[in-house]
Write a protein that binds this ligand. Structure first.
Ligand code: PLP
Length: 294
């Protein structure tokens, strides 16, 4: 991992009206041990995070990421992050990212067991090279997510709409996809509704309309999907949130997995069935996603 910078945040109370939070940040060596062994983020995955794409030191779509961090905090009963404080931390860390593509991670953990406060830190590191998935595309398989589309409303303690640190299931799904000869997965509810990928949102094209699964609480509302929909609408395309049956996937005209750091990866096959694509369109979408976005 090529680290650029890291800092810890002493989280401010929500009514803290300071303009400058610099003295709540402590620069740390990202390659050195920094966490207490009692950290609940590492013991239980009890915390939330965001991954923000950074291009030439410009952090992309910071406000939607901070809003989603606040949403995840609400779902997890964590103290509300002080958004101006986090914004200053992101700006400071982004300034150290340098040229090229990087990733900033924001982490808010419940803290140390029996400790007084949550722990929070922000890191910047070089992004992996996603040229191949962005240009040659990816094969995906559908995988049962193990809950039905009513689970989020019926069982909010499952934290389905929160971006928690508990990604072991998501990583296991990607390993299962690889065992099945694919690159990635699309989760499907037990009642056959398309959800999201383990680390990305799904966008489908049907004729001139672009569709994505409605963020009903079972999935994350992707910042990249939101931004892509804004761009698509500005290009005169129709965009739609929909309940998409898994049986509709094979008949899509094209499809992409989209996320903050990978950006748009065109899907070339779903469950072994080849899918059409449009290399020129994908290149234009990725050029937009690589441009500075706020
Ligand atoms: N869904 C899941 C489960 C994710 O982990 C991610 C990103 O990591 C996304 C969707 C896409 O979100 P974003 O576009 O904000 O990166």
């Amino acid at each position: 991992m090529a680290w650029h910078y890291a800092l810890t945040i002493d989280p401010a109370a929500s009514d803290d009206d300071r303009d400058d939070f610099a003295d709540t940040f402590t620069e740390i060596d990202p390659a050195a041990p920094a966490l207490n062994v009692g950290e609940l983020s590492t013991q239980r995955g009890d915390g939330i995070f965001e991954s923000i794409g950074v291009i030439d030191s410009h952090a992309q779509e910071v406000v939607p990421h901070l809003e989603r961090l606040a949403h995840s905090a609400r779902l997890c009963d964590l103290p509300a992050p002080h958004l101006p404080q986090w914004r200053q931390a992101v700006d400071l860390v982004a300034a150290h990212a340098g040229p090229g593509e990087s990733v900033i991670k924001l982490i808010l953990s419940r803290g140390v067991e029996h400790g007084p406060a949550p722990t929070a830190w922000v890191t910047a590191a070089a992004a992996a090279d996603f040229t191949v998935p962005r240009t040659r595309g990816i094969r995906v398989v559908t995988l049962d997510r193990g809950f039905d589309s009513g689970a989020a409303a019926r069982a909010p303690w499952l934290l389905l709409g929160a971006k928690t640190l508990s990604y072991a299931v998501n990583m296991a799904a990607i390993r299962e996809a690889k065992r099945r000869g694919a690159d990635d997965a699309i989760f499907v509810s037990t009642d056959g509704i398309v959800l999201e990928a383990p680390t990305a949102s799904l966008i489908l094209r049907r004729g001139d309309a672009f569709l994505t699964p409605a963020p009903t609480g079972s999935i994350l509302h992707g910042t990249t999907q939101l931004s892509a929909f804004e761009w698509l609408a500005s290009q005169g395309h129709r965009t739609e949130y929909a309940s998409i049956p898994a049986s509709d996937l094979a008949t899509a005209d094209a499809a992409w997995l989209v996320s903050s750091v990978r950006l748009a990866a065109p899907i070339t096959a779903i469950d072994g069935v080849p899918l059409g694509g449009d290399a020129e369109f994908t290149a234009a979408l990725n050029a937009y996603l690589l441009s500075p976005r706020d």
